[in-house]
Structure formats: C-alpha cells, structure tokens
Write a protein of this length. Structure first.
Length: 466
C-alpha cells in the first residue's frame, strides 16, 4: 500500500509509478471519444454513469467542460465536468475554494489518489469521482503513445471529386432536417413536461446563456420559473431575475440600482440565489454581458406577456417565408429601456449606447434553434399543422447564421467549398454542417460518414437519411 500524506484536509497517495505522463488535455480528448472507453462508467462509490452529452470544452476560466448531461443511476444531471491526472489535483489547484467549481457534477481522473470517494466544493457539496484508467479499452501506455502521435489538425479523407459537391450538399441538406426535427422533438418533450410557455422561457434562457453561461441560466430559471414573473411589471421582473442571479448583492452606486435592490428585497430576497462568481464575464463581447442577457430575459417576458408561442406563431405568418426577416428577429432582441441602453453592468455606465439587449446574430440563432422548433412541436394546437408546415418552410429559407470553426472546417474539408463559403450558405445548410461535424468529423467517425456512404453505387442519390 502506498504511503500517504496530507494536502488540505484530504489524505493523498502518490500515483502508481507505471503511469506515463498524461496531460489533462488528453483526458479531455478521451472524454469526447466514447469508442475509447468501456461502458458504463462507474464512480468510485459504485454509481453507474452514462454520458448523454459530453458538454462543450471550455477555453476560458473554470471547469474543463460545460453543459454536460449525464445519467447517474438513471437520474439525469446537467453541469460541468473537471479533469485531472490525479484526484488530489482538485485540492492542489484549490478548486474546493472556488465557487466556479460548485457546478461540477463529475470529477474525471486518470488515477485516484485519495482515500475519499469524493472531492468537495466551496459550498460543501460532494462531487463523485470516476477513475478513467479502469475504463480504458487499451492500456494507459498504448493510449498515451496513440494520443502523442495523433495530429492536432486533421484532414477529411474523402477524395476531392468523389462524390460531387452537389451530392455532398444534398447529404448536408438532409442532415439539417434530421437536426431540426430532433430539436423539435426535444422542444415537444419540454412542452409536455413543463407547459408551452415555460418551455419556451427555459429555451430562451438557454440560448441567451451561449456556451459560457448556459448552466447559470439553467439554475436561474429553476429558481425563478415563469409563473413567478407573471403579472410583474418590467422593473419588478428585472429586479427579481437580477437579484436571483446574484447581480444585486453589491452596494448600490446609482439610484436605479438602489431602487432595484429595494424591489428585490420585497420580491425575492428570501429565495435561493446564485453567486456572481458563477457567471462568466471574461469572453463577453461589448454590450453582451450576462447581466444584460438576464435583463433581456426579463424584458422578453414582459414584451410577450408570457404568451411566447402565440406571438411567435403570429410573426411566423407575417410576410413571406423568404421576405424580410428583421421584424421576426427584432421580436427577440428586447428593447433596453433608458438605463440599460447605456449600461453594461449594474452601476457601470458605457460610453456607447445600444438599441437592443440581444444582437441580431443571436436573434437569428434564437429563431432557428428555439422559435421554429417550438412551432413545429406545437402542431397539436388549432391550425397547428399549418403552422408546423410554415415553420419548416421558414427554416428552409432562413438567412445565414454566423459561421464558426465547425462550419468552416466542414465547408473546406468535407464539402470542398471555397474559403468563407460557409458564411454565405442558408441557415439550413449551416445546421447540416454542424450535424456532420458533431456526429462524424469531430469524433473522427469517418466510417459512419453519410458522404462516404453516398460514394457507393447503391447510394448515388445520397445515404438514405430520413
């Protein structure tokens, strides 16, 4: 048995000598590659863990992966995942004193080096631990050699001219429908569980959270469901959400903030609240801070009077499917009011004034990923089938969204399109690119690639996707 020593309050044992150097980056890459792991995963205290969604790699401060969805002994859990070479690194890096790590739901280590089966957060929560080396399909040494020799950048192995670009675009087009209908099914499930408007409220919060603050927004709408906002004027709704988010805790330095703190005391100060430290500000663009997005959520509730779906359906039928989209986008951009037109944060004025709380780029995303899927999901209402067909037509004709590293890679590598061509594609094509990247390209599951399948004589018209 290894000798032990103390770091903080945890008893620590050294790593086995046979373990090779294994950077945390490699652990993150293994986490994203289910083919490298034996299933199911088990925590040190024996709980079965199934990965429903590995989450998104975090390039900023805080936990390594954000927005992961796990199933723990049959119970879904959503939160962050942290990776270390050994368990004691949690304490060595002082995560147990950092509130940003309170949202971690699983600690993944190569080697377990503590006597306890858990690590602890600053809120005295217990985070279960999975020892990854006991779940690998190969030895740690072989895997380390494989990862060390793997190129960080990869190229699509498809031949340049087989299949044709037209066939490739056809595959992406069908993948876009698969992705869209899956989102509509998820929206329908939320609608059945929570009710129509509560589901849209939560989906809007998720969209306003972007990748960095989705978890915090999810916790916020748990604390403040839509029913708590019904009947409130916009100032009260703002105060309730900002206070619950932890943004009204500091001493007020202007009259507006003082008034909101007073409203917060009357409305919800005795309710559970988040901490400001749970929100990420570091990568927010100018005018796009999480504080302003929380205000946007309050104002969208007020502008639509909590009747989101009816309002979205009205907008869907206004104008032609391929006409001017700006009125639809403006419906989710939220007017800032006098104070928030000139403030980026509570008590912090900005030299630049903003016309909206949500930019047009995010408004486009909200229509494609929230509004249109929910309208499809609401097909069982009066005139629902007509609205469903209309929503699908609008999805097919929606203008381009913002390009990203995924769409750029697929456009250049898998579709063989000219540089920056992804930014000129309709939103539908971009969604198909994302589906291809997430499902095949990023995990390098080339053997499952539908474009590869389209090369066979039997699949000249495509891979037969629904």
């Amino acid at each position: 048995m290894f000798s032990c020593w103390r770091i903080e309050e945890a008893a620590v044992c050294p790593s086995p000598r046979f373990l090779p150097a294994f950077p945390e980056e490699w652990l993150c890459r293994v986490w994203e590659r289910p083919d490298l792991l034996r299933r199911p995963l088990r925590t040190l205290d024996g709980r079965r863990v199934r990965i429903l969604d590995p989450g998104t790699a975090n390039s900023g401060d805080g936990p390594d992966f954000l927005g992961a969805t796990l199933e723990e002994d049959g119970t879904p859990r959503r939160g962050a995942v942290e990776f270390h070479f050994q368990t004691s690194d949690w304490y060595a890096h002082r995560h147990h004193t950092d509130p940003r790590y309170d949202r971690v739901i699983l600690h993944v280590v190569l080697n377990h080096s503590l006597r306890d089966f858990y690590v602890h957060t600053s809120a005295q929560g217990r985070v279960p631990v999975v020892e990854l080396r006991t779940h690998l399909r190969t030895s740690v040494g072989d895997l380390a050699d494989r990862l060390a020799s793997a190129p960080r950048k990869w190229e699509c192995p498809l031949p340049v001219d087989d299949p044709t670009v037209a066939v490739r675009l056809g595959v992406v087009d069908r993948l876009a429908d698969v992705r869209f209908l899956r989102k509509a099914e998820a929206a329908g499930e939320q609608r059945r569980l929570l009710g129509e408007d509560e589901a849209v409220y939560r989906m809007l919060a998720d969209a306003l959270g972007y990748a960095d603050n989705r978890e915090a927004f999810g916790q916020l709408v748990d604390v403040v469901p839509l029913d708590r906002l019904r009947g409130l004027d916009v100032e009260d709704a703002e105060a309730l959400l900002l206070g619950s988010a932890g943004f009204l805790a500091a001493r007020a330095n202007d009259a507006h903030t003082a008034a909101q703190q007073k409203q917060w005391q009357a409305l919800g100060a005795k309710s559970p609240t988040l901490l400001r430290e749970q929100w990420r500000f570091s990568r927010s663009r100018h005018g796009n801070t999480p504080v302003r997005r929380v205000v946007a959520l309050a104002r969208l509730v007020q502008e639509h009077e909590g009747q989101f779906v009816d309002r979205l359906a009205e907008l869907a039928w206004q104008g032609s499917a391929d006409g001017d989209w700006r009125p639809r986008w403006r419906s989710v951009q939220a007017k800032p009011g006098e104070y928030w037109a000139s403030h980026l944060d509570v008590g912090k004025p900005s030299a630049r004034k903003a016309r909206h709380l949500v930019g047009e780029t995010r408004a486009r995303d909200i229509w494609v990923n929230v509004a249109l899927p929910m309208l499809v999901a609401a097909a069982d209402t009066e005139n629902g089938e007509d609205t469903r067909r209309r929503a699908i037509d609008l999805f097919h004709g929606h203008p381009p969204l913002q390009s990203n590293h995924k769409t750029r890679w697929v456009a250049a590598q898998a579709l063989r399109l000219p540089k920056k061509a992804d930014a000129k594609q309709q939103a539908k094509a971009q969604q198909g690119m994302l589906e291809l990247y997430d499902g095949c390209c990023e995990p390098r599951r080339c053997f499952e690639c539908p474009i590869q399948a389209a090369r066979s004589p039997a699949g000249e018209d495509g891979p037969g996707l629904p």
